[in-house]
Design a protein around this ligand. Structure first.
Ligand SMILES: [Zn+2]
Ligand SMILES: [Zn+2]
Length: 183
């Protein structure tokens, strides 16, 4: 359940913990993703503290070979949910002047959807790779080198770098001579 009725737990003593299994499809960044895991809700003096580790997968485009792949994400959620109305008298509660919490919606519904969105965004890699050793695209013909090697001739060694390695060699020989000279 992504939307949990916490009326009973708001009435329970501080420290009361309930665990919920999550196995639900959530819309993450425009695609339906299965979110699975366990969330524990704990009654605190002013809120319900939601903690859990959720697994999901989202569709991403590989930054190297540009193919779509499904990227597993782990969401380690820890968020405080404050009630907006008193669970027994149903009167509005004043909320603390701080930005770092979620609120429990009408009818005592604790909705994890927004937290899942935010954590998924944070867990999404900036430069996604379909696999660590993705071979990418051939710069000459553009074919995907993960699927098959192409027939393009190998790139000639960069003259700049070969020149540099000669320089380093000459340099080290010179320093050896120098050292001998000083003895
Ligand atoms: Zn790739
Ligand atoms: Zn090629």
């Amino acid at each position: 359940m992504v939307r949990i009725n916490v009326a009973q737990q708001l009435k329970a003593p501080i420290g009361t913990v309930r665990n919920y299994e999550l196995d639900e499809v959530v819309d993450i960044a425009g695609s339906n993703s299965l979110v699975q895991g366990e969330v524990s809700l704990m009654r605190t003096d002013r809120s319900i503290l939601a903690r859990g580790t959720l697994q999901t997968e989202i569709e991403l485009t590989c930054s190297r070979c540009l193919s779509l792949f499904s990227c597993p994400l782990t969401l380690n959620i820890e968020e405080e949910y404050l009630p907006t109305t008193d669970v027994i008298s149903d009167t509005p509660l004043s909320l603390p002047d701080e930005p770092s919490y979620f609120t429990i919606k009408e009818h005592n519904i604790l909705d994890l959807t927004e937290a899942i969105h935010q954590y998924a965004l944070l867990a999404t890699p900036m430069k996604p790779l379909c696999r660590q050793d993705c071979a990418g695209l051939c710069p000459t013909c553009g074919c995907n080198l993960n699927q098959a090697p192409c027939n393009c001739p190998p790139k000639p060694a960069d003259p700049h770098w070969s020149g540099l390695s000669k320089l380093v060699l000459v340099d080290s020989e010179a320093s050896v001579k120098e050292q001998k000279g000083t003895k």
